[in-house]
Design a protein around this ligand. Structure first.
Ligand code: U2F
Length: 455
């Protein structure tokens, strides 16, 4: 280790699904660079660790694999959250015994526990170990509020039931949030199976986060000031430390531009291209993929579409071949999203409204067309359209050829509505860059976080 004396040993627990572990490891890399005397033991499943720890090692981050809880030989049934449910069945015990192994191997007790905020039981483990718990929220602040106030929302909902519909806007349902629609609440708050392992995890997260020494969030406080203010009054120490994509120096080396997306973009006109991606875990149903494809061809919108190989089979016959041959589009299984959004040719981001995607779009000043699929995505999409005015939620909530054509034309045109969106996202972009600048709020908050883990 180059002779560096290690004075602290920090345990890090990842929630090993979607982009969660990547973003937690990015944060740990940043912390590891800022606090070289701290040794981090990073716990995640073998599968995610294998993908995360590929290229660049880091002196003071050790990798530890924990079980994913899936029984030997079990074949996944394709049910929602099946993998998550298995993991949650073993997570607490796996992390707990992992900590003992790491402490023994390193010869140093843990001095702090950093975890994904979802892993609420970290509050108990930190208490047992008598060390601080730092929780990282990878999603936004507003959706987080719905989990903190789940009990209150359920109470008010039972009073209001019958007098309101899911699409009515309800003012002041929860503190810091001026208005919300019940239909936009994440599944498990009032709708869906409230006792499912996932819903129960989110509920318990909301109940336990006030026990954390610090809650760090991948956002910047200027983005949602009222919610930040309210959460700051609830948590011991609430730190907006993002957007993480703008402090990318320590981010895991993104996969190289294997499919030459950037050179393809280099040959397109400024602001003309629709970049399409629905994140790392979910995808709209096949008929909607067809609708997007038809709309792209009919509006002659140049496009770059990141979509995994399995889902590509649902695209209309000949679509990929045709658009590749005439140069109007490019379909790839993975794109270097941050660079794509930063490219001058990119004019609109068609997204599921995953929090990282929204922040990355803001960081590059690219307006969005949102089609939320699950979880926090409806609330994020609501923010994009209704609060920040930096994009649209696809009319009717699902992609049809007609609505997709309208949305593409609306955002990519040069009329006043599109100009307004671009101006507003430009303002947020500047605020985001300022927040991570030398004296910015997120930079200051990150320093506080470093103090917490080195204390
Ligand atoms: C879950 O979100 P996802 O991982 O599905 O989506 P995002 O939060 O938008 O993150 C996707 C990340 O993957 C990257 C992209 C983002 O950082 O830059 N990426 C890429 O580089 N290239 C590609 O071709 C495709 C993606 C969850 F589903 C959401 O609801 C939550 O908001 C989110 C955060 O907790 O986690």
């Amino acid at each position: 280790n180059g002779g560096t004396v290690r004075t602290r040993h920090v345990a890090v627990f990842a929630f090993p699904f979607a982009s969660h572990p990547t973003h937690l490891l990015n944060l740990v890399r940043r912390l590891a660079a800022a606090a070289p005397t701290v040794l981090f033991s990073f716990f995640s499943t073998e599968r995610t660790n294998r993908a995360l720890f590929t290229k660049r090692g880091c002196d003071n981050i050790l990798r530890y694999d924990v079980s994913d809880g899936i029984p030997e030989g079990y074949v996944m049934q394709g049910k929602i959250h099946e993998d998550i449910n298995y993991f949650l069945g073993v997570a607490k015990e796996e992390f707990k015994s992992g900590v003992q192994v790491a402490e023994k191997e390193v010869g140093m007790k843990m001095s702090c526990l950093v975890s994904d905020a979802f892993l609420w039981f970290s509050a108990d483990l930190a208490k047992e170990l008598n060390i601080p718990w730092v929780a990282l929220r990878t999603g936004g602040a507003r959706s987080l509020s719905t989990h903190l106030y789940t009990d209150l929302i359920r109470e008010k909902y039972s009073e209001l039931k019958g007098s309101i519909g899911p699409n009515d806007e309800i003012a002041n349902l929860i503190p810091g949030v001026e208005s919300i629609r019940l239909a936009d609440l994440p599944i498990g708050v009032i709708f869906g199976d409230l006792d499912s392992p996932f819903a129960s995890m989110m509920h318990k997260m909301g109940r336990n986060l006030t026990r954390a020494t610090t809650v760090a969030i991948n956002s910047f406080q200027e983005l949602d000031p009222d919610v930040t203010k309210n959460l700051s009054s609830l948590f011991n120490n609430f730190l907006n430390i993002g957007p993480s994509n703008l402090v990318s120096k320590h981010n895991s080396p993104s996969k190289p531009d294997e499919f030459s997306c950037i050179s393809w973009l280099d040959n397109q006109n400024p602001g003309s291209v629709a970049y399409i991606s629905f994140g790392t875990k979910f995808c709209p149903p096949p008929n909607e993929l067809v609708a997007i494809a038809e709309a792209l061809e009919s509006t002659k919108t140049p496009f770059l579409w990141s979509i995994n190989k399995d889902s590509q089979t649902h695209l209309p016959l000949g679509f990929v071949e045709r658009t590749t041959a005439n140069g109007s589009g490019k379909v790839v299984p993975w794109a270097p999203q941050v660079q794509v959004l930063d490219h001058i040719a990119t004019g609109v981001f068609v997204t599921h409204g995953g929090w990282n995607s929204v922040l990355e779009s803001i960081g590059s000043g690219v307006p969005m067309i949102c089609r939320p699929l699950i979880g926090d995505q409806p609330i994020n999409s609501w923010m994009v359209e209704r609060v920040w005015g930096i994009g649209v939620w696809i009319e009717g909530g699902k992609f049809t050829k007609h609505e997709t054509c309208c949305a593409l034309e609306q955002v990519l045109s040069v009329d006043a509505s599109s100009k307004g969106m671009k101006e507003r996202i430009g303002v947020l972009k500047d605020l985001a860059h300022k927040a991570v600048g030398p004296n910015g709020s997120s930079t200051q908050n990150f320093k506080t976080l470093v103090d917490v883990i080195t204390r």
